[in-house]
Design a protein around this ligand. Structure first.
Ligand code: XXG
Ligand code: FE2
Ligand code: CA
Length: 354
């Protein structure tokens, strides 16, 4: 089944940047610059503005020091400056807190709006941004694990159908989701750009940030990041993977930064841009949904996430998930999970016949 395209109230292009509050800027710099190889656009004693090799906007990640390690904001780029004003009107009508931000309030970004969305997340919408050098062909500075661009955000929220509905009303479309046969929805992936997602919704106590994902061009670059971490004796920063996702079909690795913020390195999902792009629903009991090779998901991946700040800068209180959580039904407990549906090994033929 494909997901109906709704008329959007304003035109979001894509997930564009994240602002993370960190406790020790030097430790974060080692991780993001020395290990991951992100490019520093600007830095001072309080903040570092980073981008990946293909990005020509000022930054895709801002690290800022603060009293609590947290998510400061997730930012979406909209199609024009007019769309920024439409976004403000939309969230004001919903009764959400809205902050109008002057050009330069965030270095490199023009006039923007920040809202506390109905799910409790600090979200920025912007269009104007400074252009900087695109390092696509700067192979002289690409490390072996070269990261090309930011790909998506993943958030933890207690009520996934409600959050899915909210994002669909913003014009996002569902590429894949995870459900059980009672209709409980555990997770959902939605997009504006023509990939599997710009935002994923993970069922859990929220609002919390689950992760930010950056893309590489090749799987080998992900393996090189693992080798690099091993060589500098930081293998404890690897939380999950490397592996192949079921959902999205992407190759993946999850890392935890020095504050525990989770970063995914991701490559090779698929094109979703046609209007009848089919939605793929996975059974929560399918052991290959989150790892195509059947490797178990570590419990911390389901349980832990970053604190989220409100627009006033204070940490948001958590709302508990009411529906069953995915880890409860799938980590060793259910007795119903399967790798093959049915009993028998399907007939295996050589020559790629189906
Ligand atoms: O980007 C993603 C993820 O949300 O990080 C997780 C794509 C797929 C998955 S999953 O663990 O469901 O395979
Ligand atoms: Fe992800
Ligand atoms: Ca580990």
């Amino acid at each position: 089944m494909s997901d109906p395209v709704k008329t959007e109230p304003f035109d979001i292009i894509r997930a564009a940047y994240a602002e993370l509050i960190v406790s020790d800027l030097a430790a974060s710099r080692t991780f993001y610059v020395d290990v991951l190889g992100l490019v520093v656009t600007y830095e001072d004693e309080n903040a570092i503005y980073l981008r990946a090799f293909e990005e020509y906007l000022h930054h895709s990640l801002v690290l800022r020091t603060g009293p609590v390690a947290a998510l400061g904001a997730l930012a979406y780029r909209v199609r024009s400056q007019d769309e920024v004003a439409k976004a403000a009107t939309y969230f004001e009508a919903l009764g959400c807190p809205v902050e109008h931000r002057a050009a330069g309030a965030m270095k490199g970004i023009g006039e923007a709006v920040r809202v506390e969305d109905p799910l409790g997340f600090p979200i920025e919408f912007f269009y104007d941004a400074d252009h900087v050098e695109r390092f696509t062909r700067r192979y002289d500075v690409h490390g072996a694990g070269a990261i090309s661009r930011l790909d998506h955000f993943n958030i933890m929220t207690p009520d996934v159908p409600l959050a899915q509905d909210y994002y669909q009303n913003l014009g996002f479309r569902v590429s894949e989701d995870i459900q059980d046969d009672e209709g409980t929805v555990y997770a959902s992936w939605l997009f504006r750009k023509a990939t599997v997602h710009d935002i994923a919704l993970t069922g859990g106590d929220g609002p919390r940030m689950h992760h930010i994902a950056f893309a590489t061009h090749e799987r080998g670059q992900i393996l090189n990041i693992c080798d690099h971490l091993g060589a500098v004796r930081r293998s404890d920063m690897i939380e999950r993977g490397p592996g192949r996702h079921g959902v999205s079909n992407a190759f993946y690795l999850y890392l935890r930064d020095p504050d525990g913020h989770r970063i995914e390195i991701y490559t090779h999902d698929y094109y979703t841009g046609d209007p009848d792009n089919p939605t793929l629903t996975w059974d929560v009991h399918d052991n290959q949904r989150r790892d195509w090779w059947g490797n178990p998901v570590v419990p911390s991946w389901y349980a832990e996430g970053s604190t989220v700040l409100g627009l006033d800068g204070s940490p948001k209180e958590l709302v508990a998930r009411v529906d069953t959580s995915e880890s409860a039904v799938t980590i060793g407990a259910d007795g119903f999970s399967y790798t093959r549906e049915g009993e028998a090994m399907p007939e295996y033929k050589l020559g790629h016949q189906l």
